[in-house]
Design a protein around this ligand. Structure first.
Ligand SMILES: [Zn+2]
Ligand SMILES: [Zn+2]
Length: 780
């Protein structure tokens, strides 16, 4: 029987080769009809034999172009009309500002790779080869609609061959905006200092130089990388020096998975992520005897590995076993360098060569990072390859601009059923990153045509993101909602898992301002999107020296010991104490006693620091979380058991007191117990009191769902132990799916809480205006 079918598709189907894809399917199945772009996707009608339509629909779902994403698909059977041929109709828009979903940048596809390696192809060894299914997107888009003249490709006029491909619906490059070839497209050049090196093969020459041990700078998709041979200790140390006082691990790039096995373990699950079109950095367990420089990831059990994702990377790594350091080109906490001028100005005098090109990057975008923990992916950074894909919300949202926290910042915008979390914007603690942050916000507002109705930010008055939120809210005359840090953590985890009911939220991280003015970070909350209650936390502990403690964990250890042993702490037979001068410890005693620059904290991150320092891993760290990472690295699941702790009744809820644990650890150290065992039992203790607290909360509040969030849960050993224990007691446990558990998820949480509160305020408004004011004030 012959029928007509109307098909409505919502999702990312524009600018991703969807219409040519449909065109081909229609031809294969001998159907007639039409297709056109609509506000949220595409609409089409197809006519033909029932069986052919059935085939068409099956194919449609199964072989989507790699960048396309179908969120929702509707079918409607209609009477036969007798269409002739298949037409692409002009886009209809009944919306003044339709949402345009912009695809992320993805790695070069197999078809393009084949052409790249084919000596008879016009694009043989051309480092900018791309098609509708691959290549740069977000990083080159300046404005919408997504057409070539709104990208950084506008300055390259397509040659007649490229244009013919671009306009041929049967071609893989139909409407591929970055389409280019050696005749008309961008080109690569090699420099030493400011001097251009004359060579026919700049990439091959760069490869030779890397093998010789040189240090270089390479332009990637979203910014520049510093690079060298990862086995060359001298060269790796030079990159450490260039990046300045920083022990953060470097990622490496290799040609294929078999090279990875020479220095780390690789599970099929991890391999799936490594080889995905998003090409994130995947953190893999290092093998003990590897031939890489120890400077790459000092003290770390993991190494960040990625496979090539641009054609340039493929050519650079081709036919050799090179393992290249590929770390973002920046100084300590500054944003990644993304413009040629800046790369020359800041780096030309420090490196041996620069491999650059003339296709400009418009939106800076760092590499994404994923950790595989017991066959679960945990995002550590969600950026290139993933942003700006939205997170789909269960309900329509107002337009909220959420400004994020101070560290690992992202911003988030909501509109309709989408939350757009920005690329990684980094730590907002210096002028450069603050400027980059403001610029990124304005670019995103423009590109996505957002029109915020409300601004949301953190409670902390000194965060630059809060200061900027206040500025923007005045400038645009918009209401500002301030949202508690750990509440936002849990809300983000809820939204990613589409949870609307009340949940138990366990938020463990380093720092976040609490509603009582103290520094929170070891929190047990009862949360729904409209409100939260703090029902438990780690016992408050002084941080002598304030933020100084973050870089000097020994201060935190001493603070714990002083609160447990009083003046006697200074005489304890503990190495960490023996290393300090008595006057130094006296000064700390006074600071704590007189409450001078010693804010109180319930931070779980600080507890990890304190224990790492106590057992002798390190007194000081170079970046936040370093000591905790090293503590995780020495854990061994074969050690069972945990230390003691006490749960004290408080109003409202409970306080976890871990004093007893410190006594026991000191005792174990006196007995020269293996520090691996101590570290493992410490992790088990955290998992155990988490379970104990959740059981108490369940008894009182009758909630069985637990959500885990906060940077501490990047620790796979702890995460796994905690989930296992909770599930054994029949809790339903949710962790982050799409965002990192660290502070990168805060902006998403802020946005959805702000939206829930406004919706509520609007309901209240219908009853009385005063209620609305009161409601919006809460949390301010
Ligand atoms: Zn391609
Ligand atoms: Zn061309």
């Amino acid at each position: 029987m012959k029928t007509r079918n109307r098909i409505t598709i919502h999702g990312i189907v524009q600018g991703v080769g969807f219409r040519p894809y449909i065109h081909k399917l229609v031809q294969n199945n001998q159907l007639a009809g039409w297709i056109c772009n609509s506000n949220q996707g595409v609409e089409m009608e197809v006519e033909g034999e029932d069986s052919a339509i059935h085939h068409f629909i099956k194919d449609l779902k199964n072989n989507l172009p790699p960048l396309a994403l179908i969120e929702d698909i509707k079918f409607e059977r209609l009477p036969w009309l007798g269409y002739c041929g298949f037409k692409i109709k002009k886009s209809q828009s009944n919306h003044r500002h339709p949402i345009i979903l912009i695809p992320p940048d993805i790695s070069v596809c197999d078809d393009c790779l084949k052409e790249l390696n084919n000596p008879f192809d016009p694009r043989y060894r051309y480092p900018f080869i791309n098609c509708t299914n691959c290549g740069p997107r977000f990083t080159i888009i300046k404005d919408i609609p997504y057409d070539r003249d709104k990208t950084t490709m506008e300055e390259f006029l397509m040659c007649s061959d490229c244009y013919a491909e671009y306009t041929d619906i049967e071609n893989r490059r139909y409407h591929a905006q970055p389409n280019a070839c050696p005749v008309c497209g961008p080109e690569v050049s090699l420099y030493a200092g400011m001097q251009k090196i004359i060579t026919k093969n700049p990439i091959g020459e760069a490869q030779r130089r890397l093998i010789k041990g040189q240090v270089g700078v390479i332009k990637g998709l979203g910014g520049f990388h510093l690079t060298c041979d990862a086995g060359n200790h001298l060269a790796v140390s030079r990159i450490r020096e260039i990046k300045q006082r920083d022990e953060k691990p470097f990622a490496v790039m290799v040609e294929n998975s078999s090279i990875i096995r020479t220095f780390s373990r690789l599970s099929p699950f991890a391999r799936k992520y490594l080889e995905s079109i998003e090409r994130p950095i995947v953190l893999l367990k290092k093998k003990n005897n590897n031939h890489l420089s120890s400077e790459i990831a000092p003290g770390n059990a993991y190494i960040g590995v990625m496979l090539p994702y641009t054609p340039l990377h493929f050519l650079l790594l081709q036919n050799n076993d090179l393992i290249l350091v590929m770390t973002s080109a920046n100084f300590s906490d500054e944003p990644i360098i993304y413009q040629n001028e800046e790369a020359f100005q800041k780096l030309a005098h420090q490196v041996d060569f620069l491999l650059v090109h003339n296709r400009a990057i418009y939106n800076r975008c760092d590499d994404s990072v994923i950790k595989i923990s017991f066959n679960r992916p945990i995002f550590i950074r969600r950026s290139r390859g993933y942003t700006p894909y939205p997170i789909v919300l269960s309900e329509k949202s107002r337009q909220i601009l959420a400004m994020g926290p101070e560290q690992k910042n992202t911003v988030c915008f909501t509109r309709d059923r989408y939350a757009f979390s920005s690329q990684h914007l980094g730590d907002l603690n210096n002028r450069d990153s603050y400027e980059a942050y403001q610029k990124a916000i304005h670019r995103i507002i423009r590109i996505f045509q957002f029109n915020p109705e409300v601004i949301a930010c953190d409670l902390h008055p000194d965060y630059l993101s809060t200061i900027y939120a206040e500025e923007l809210s005045k400038e645009k005359d918009l209401p500002l909602l301030k949202i508690q840090h750990h509440y936002a953590h849990i809300a983000s985890c809820m939204v990613e898992n589409q949870l609307n009911e009340k949940v138990i939220g366990v938020a463990f991280d380093g720092t976040g301002l609490g509603e009582d003015g103290k520094i929170w970070g070891g929190e047990f909350l009862v949360v729904d999107l409209k409100d939260f209650h703090r029902v438990g936390h780690l016992k408050y502990q002084a941080m002598p020296g304030g933020d100084q403690v973050i870089h000097q964990p020994w201060r935190m250890t001493y603070s714990y010991l002083y609160s447990i042993f009083g003046q006697e702490a200074a005489n304890l037979n503990v190495k960490l104490i023996e290393r300090r001068a008595p006057e130094e410890l006296q000064l700390l005693n006074q600071m704590v006693d007189k409450k001078i620059n010693s804010p109180l904290t319930s931070s779980c991150g600080r507890l990890f620091d304190a224990v790492a320092a106590l057992i002798g891993l390190r007194d000081e760290v170079n970046f936040e979380g370093q000591a905790a990472m090293e503590l995780e690295a020495i854990c061994q699941a074969s050690y069972k058991g945990h230390y003691s702790y006490q749960i004290e009744e408080a109003i409202p809820g409970w306080i976890v007191n871990i004093e007893e644990m410190f006594h026991q650890i000191i005792y174990d150290m006196k007995k020269h117990k293996n520090i691996r065992k101590i570290a493992t039992q410490f992790h088990n203790t955290i998992a155990d009191f988490t379970l104990f607290m959740c059981v108490k909360i369940r008894e009182k509040y009758n909630i069985n769902i637990v959500t885990l969030s906060g940077g501490v849960f990047q620790n796979s050993f702890l995460l796994d132990q905690t989930i296992r224990k909770l599930e054994e007691k029949d809790f339903i446990v949710f962790i982050h799916q799409k965002m990192p558990p660290n502070d990168a998820c805060i902006s998403l949480g802020q946005a959805v809480i702000a939206n829930a509160r406004i919706q509520c305020a609007n309901l209240v408004e219908k009853r009385e205006d005063v209620g609305k004011q009161e409601y919006l004030k809460r949390g301010n």
